[in-house]
Design a protein around this ligand. Structure first.
Ligand SMILES: Cc1cc2nc3c(=O)[nH]c(=O)nc-3n(C[C@H](O)[C@H](O)[C@H](O)COP(=O)(O)O)c2cc1C
Length: 293
């Protein structure tokens, strides 16, 4: 089955804010006020995995998945607006970590903005990927600063400053300092010029490693996005959030905020542990595995 939504007007470029229509609520404050307040007492807890007695070869822990049909979507199918792909993908590829980027312009103006096309992609050297929904010719301020200075600090957002961090996504003109607008605290970095965010429990000083621009398929001849790979060269971690060996972060204290679809953010308040399976032990030397080989 194929589903395509109708377009009102052809897209100008990916991520164009006026086309995204992010806020699903005609009266956002009314909806927000109708919800229970933020529950600060919800602290991290471990539970068991959904089926702790799962057996090799037994598939999903819930068989009801087979009661549903799948809809196939061609991202460039007739009448499909690429903005629908953007909205679909940011809802499906979740939860996404958020890189809260601190940069500095050539003239020394600091800039802060959140980016959830973000992840760790290698550890030796530590390489991080950041996706900008813009091109190099018409860059967002953070990208412009990275292109000009080749430096950035990635800060992890925790629950205790989510409102201020979200405010830094404002479409302010180049030269406006979101540290000031948000009330967040710039602390000097050691190996790069951009400061790190004092409120953040984990920050990474980084230098530009590689840049790749993506060509739009919807608007031929237009670059629609820019991938920036950066190398982490210095870390700052809050002392109560890391162990004495400086290699394990306490998730209960980090309280990282993730990005879900639309304008929804995620909390990290529950988890379960699972052992990593070993082929020799769990398959070769497991009689129950024979019928699945
Ligand atoms: C949680 C969150 C995640 C975001 N992720 C991205 C992203 O991955 N890529 C992007 O181009 N913009 C993203 N944005 C939008 C930018 O933050 C926004 O365009 C901001 O104005 C850019 O600021 P700058 O011009 O100072 O760099 C995100 C916004 C929010 C609130």
């Amino acid at each position: 089955m194929t589903a395509n939504s109708t377009i009102e007007e052809p897209p100008k470029r990916f991520g164009l804010e006026s086309q995204v229509k992010r806020n699903p609520h005609p009266d956002f404050k009314k909806v927000e006020n109708s919800r229970p307040p933020f529950d600060d007492d919800l602290n991290w807890k471990y539970t068991q995995i959904p089926n702790k007695d799962w057996k090799i070869g037994s598939g999903a822990n819930d068989p009801t998945w087979s009661e549903h049909k799948k809809i196939t979507i061609d991202p460039y199918g007739e009448n499909r607006n690429p903005v629908d792909n953007y909205k679909l993908l940011i809802g499906a590829i979740t939860p996404r970590p958020i890189g809260f980027l601190s940069t500095i312009s050539k003239d020394g103006v600091t800039n802060l903005a959140p980016f959830s096309f973000f992840n760790l992609v290698n550890h030796d050297p530590p390489i991080f990927a950041i996706g900008f929904s813009c091109n190099k010719a018409n860059p967002k301020d953070s990208l412009r600063n990275i292109l000009e200075t080749e430096e950035v600090v990635i800060n992890i957002i925790s629950e205790w400053f989510i409102e201020a961090a979200n405010f830094c996504s404002t479409n302010s003109p180049f030269g406006i300092d979101e540290f000031k607008l948000s009330g967040l605290t710039p602390l000097p970095s050691e190996k790069v010029k951009p400061p790190h965010v004092g409120e953040s429990a984990f920050s990474i000083e980084a230098k530009l490693y590689k840049i790749e621009e993506f060509q739009s398929k919807a608007v031929p001849g237009k670059a629609s996005g820019t991938l920036v790979l950066v190398e982490g060269i210095n870390f700052h971690v809050r002392d109560d959030v890391v162990n004495d060996q400086l290699n394990i972060v306490d998730i209960a204290k980090l309280k990282p905020v993730s990005r879900l679809g639309g304008i929804t953010f995620g909390r990290t308040i529950s988890g379960y542990e699972a052992l990593r399976p070993d082929y020799e032990k769990d398959v070769v030397n497991n009689d129950a595995a024979k019928e699945f080989l």
